[in-house]
Design a binder for this molecule. Structure first.
Ligand SMILES: [Fe+2]
Length: 300
């Protein structure tokens, strides 16, 4: 089974801007560039977990999912193949670039690329936040954070992500404006969420969680300096109880910066349906109201 969101990669013409956006605003640590010139960021002692590749258009590239060990990875790849998913093992060169021991990959029904790996490289005591922070990022047994994709059909997506891949439903939020399903693979309330956007597929946002509320507050103070817009004001979500803001990034996707997310116990967890996304706050900016957020493409 998949155990964590291990890393994420996307591409953008403004990739270079992440060299400052990542450390100065988010507090991530700038690491050495990738072989194609990608900007790479660490949020803990794992050598890097976020890569922004150079490209002419904003593109989602891959979500990297971590498995516990080589036995689990091989068993899981076998299981997916039995269920009709075309899974390919990556060459040594790609494993080296991602700094993992072994890597296999597949695409979802709309072409979103997912990578499966184990043994990602860490350097103990190496993480230094890119700006003054009181704590670090919440990672460890909860992985990098969460990713949210737009999919043309939530039911079809659920068949793939839940029934075939094994993501476990945490809950749903259904309002007049959106229909979203949230999935967990460890204690983090959701490492993946899927939002319905008929006729489209997209990468909506990446969420990073701070251990300390003050580091979220500091991010808000630093927004102006980094020319970054708030897309949803500070608020608290009903389902994962995260206090967060949503901000623009140089590359189309939004970044949710949060604190205080719920940890779920899978043994007793029962999926609910909520009719509100937030207890308070999360007011949409004018830009956020005018178009759906993220790197979005019509499906062919
Ligand atoms: Fe989120």
């Amino acid at each position: 089974m998949i155990q964590e969101l291990s890393y994420v990669g996307f591409a953008s013409p403004r990739f270079e801007e992440w060299r400052t956006y990542g450390p100065d605003l988010l507090g991530a640590m700038l690491k050495s560039d990738g072989p194609d010139g990608a900007i790479r960021l660490a949020v803990d002692d794992i050598n890097y977990r976020i890569a922004i590749h150079p490209a002419e258009e904003n593109e989602f590239r891959y979500a990297g999912w971590g498995l516990a060990n080589e036995t689990d990875l091989h068993a899981y790849v076998g299981q997916l193949s039995d269920r009709g998913v075309v899974v390919r093992w990556a060459e040594e060169e790609l494993c080296k670039e991602r700094e993992v021991a072994e890597l296999a990959w597949f695409q979802d029904p709309w072409g979103l690329r997912h990578e499966l790996s184990w043994g990602k490289t860490a350097t103990p005591n190496s993480f230094q936040p890119g700006r003054v922070m009181r704590g670090g990022f919440v990672t460890r047994d909860q992985g990098l954070g969460h990713v949210v994709f737009q999919v043309p059909s939530l039911m079809e997506a659920n068949r793939f992500y839940a029934d075939i891949l094994g993501f476990r439903l945490s809950d749903r939020i259904i309002t007049d404006y959106f229909n979203v399903r949230f999935y967990h693979i460890n204690g983090r309330h959701h490492s993946l969420a899927l939002s319905e956007l008929p006729g489209h597929v997209g990468f909506n946002h990446l969420m990073l969680e701070y251990e300390n509320m003050d580091d979220l507050g500091r991010a808000i103070d630093l927004l102006k300096r980094n020319d970054t817009e708030i897309m949803q004001t500070l608020g608290r979500h009903t389902n994962d109880l995260m206090t967060s803001i949503y901000i623009t990034s140089p590359s189309g996707l939004q970044v949710e910066l949060g604190h205080g997310g719920l940890v779920v116990d899978d043994l007793s967890w029962v999926a609910r349906t909520y009719n509100k996304a937030s207890y308070w706050g999360h007011r949409y900016s004018e830009t956020a109201q005018s178009r759906p957020a993220g790197i979005i493409n019509p499906i062919n």
